[in-house]
Design a protein around this ligand. Structure first.
Ligand code: PMV
Length: 347
């Protein structure tokens, strides 16, 4: 019999200044900033069932209704990292029901939305078990989410979140993300679009944790970390002023630098596919012809995120449908946009 429940929906996010490289305890080697997405999200319900002994919780995970024992070790590792914070689970068994809004194996990483939804529901349960309200709920949830997956810490806040200490962002910290001050976001960015072009679906060849580790011995790491600081300072001004051309230049440079780091690590690896490169060149040509503010970013995979102001949605859709879908898995892409952050749902 489940005695306590909590259900949360939490979004994915797309980094503009990338987090790539970390220190022990999931401390980022450089600060990062992301747009929080609206439609790509994970919904997670946790159920606690009291048991008669105080052995560690038995964890059962269900993805879209199907039991997934293969997910349990990742959750158990996360609970271990939480340490004493998760002590309230002693004496209970934990059932996790989770589902993603984006198609399974779409190549969209579910770790940011998944870990943030899990952290929120878990923290909510801790409040219920202890009867004590948590002082800064979102901040603590962000801290917890970070321990599951670094980028998940940023999913706690919309429309824009910063994670990692940066001198120009008062209150920013390595332990949790903070929301960008709404006064610092020009209206053009408030409903910015992110079309996710699915060049490759399925599991990635190299996990992001392996990629982060390779930054430890990377010959260009120091320069890269300092570049990210510089970029973040510039991006703050760009987001405030609505400077679209400068936005595009900075965001595309960040994306290509992320992949350049992968290509120059030891061992090196390459996540870009022929379709990724083809789309980037086509975008650059189209942009030259039409002079529209449509830019790309990449995460740790082959998919291309098209970023652009809402008013160009019609043009972009037409262009993607006529020129780009041939390079996409099943011709598919996801139409997302900047969103407000997580939401608590009825159980
Ligand atoms: O949170 P992780 O460990 O999956 O790393 C995410 C890394 C990037 O997506 C490439 C960049 C970022 O800041 O989200």
């Amino acid at each position: 019999m489940e005695t306590l429940r909590s259900r949360w929906r939490s979004p994915s996010n797309i980094a503009l200044v990338k987090y790539w490289g970390k220190y022990p305890g999931q401390i980022p080697a450089n600060p990062s900033l992301s747009f929080t997405l609206r439609h790509s999200h994970t919904t997670t319900q946790l159920g606690l069932a009291a048991k008669s002994d105080s052995t560690p919780p038995q964890v059962r995970v269900f993805l879209a209704g199907e039991e997934r024992p293969d997910f349990a070790p990742k959750i158990e590792q996360f609970l271990e990292r939480l340490g004493a914070e998760a002590a309230f689970l002693q004496g209970y068994d934990l059932r996790i029901d989770t589902e993603n809004s984006f198609p399974h194996s779409s190549g969209i990483a579910s770790s940011a939305s998944g870990m943030s939804a899990l952290a929120l529901a878990l923290l909510d349960l801790r409040e219920q078990v202890s009867g004590q309200p948590v002082e800064d709920f979102s901040r603590t949830a962000s801290h917890w989410a970070r321990l599951g997956s670094g980028s998940a810490s940023r999913s706690l806040y919309g429309p824009v979140a910063v994670w990692g200490h940066h001198a120009d962002f008062p209150g920013s910290a390595d332990q949790y993300a903070t929301p960008l001050d709404p006064a610092g976001l020009h209206p053009v960015f408030q409903d910015f679009r992110d079309y996710i072009l699915l060049v490759e679906t399925g599991a990635k060849a190299v996990s992001s944790s392996a990629g982060h580790d390779l930054m430890n011995e990377h010959p260009y790491a120091r320069k890269r970390f300092s570049q990210a600081h510089t970029h973040l300072g510039h991006l703050q001004e760009i987001l405030q002023e609505g400077a679209l051309t400068a936005f595009g230049t900075l965001v595309e440079r960040e994306a290509l630098t992320l992949h350049a780091m992968m290509m120059s690590s030891d061992p090196y690896f390459l996540l870009l596919k022929a379709g990724t490169v083809e789309i980037i060149h086509r975008l650059w040509n189209w942009r030259r012809e039409r002079d529209l503010p449509v830019y790309f970013t990449l995460d740790a995979g082959a998919n291309v995120h098209l970023l652009f102001p809402a008013r160009y949605e019609h043009d972009v859709k037409q262009w993607v449908d006529s020129e780009i879908t041939a390079f996409l898995q099943g011709g598919k892409y996801l139409c997302d946009q900047v969103g407000p952050g997580p939401q608590k749902l009825e159980t």
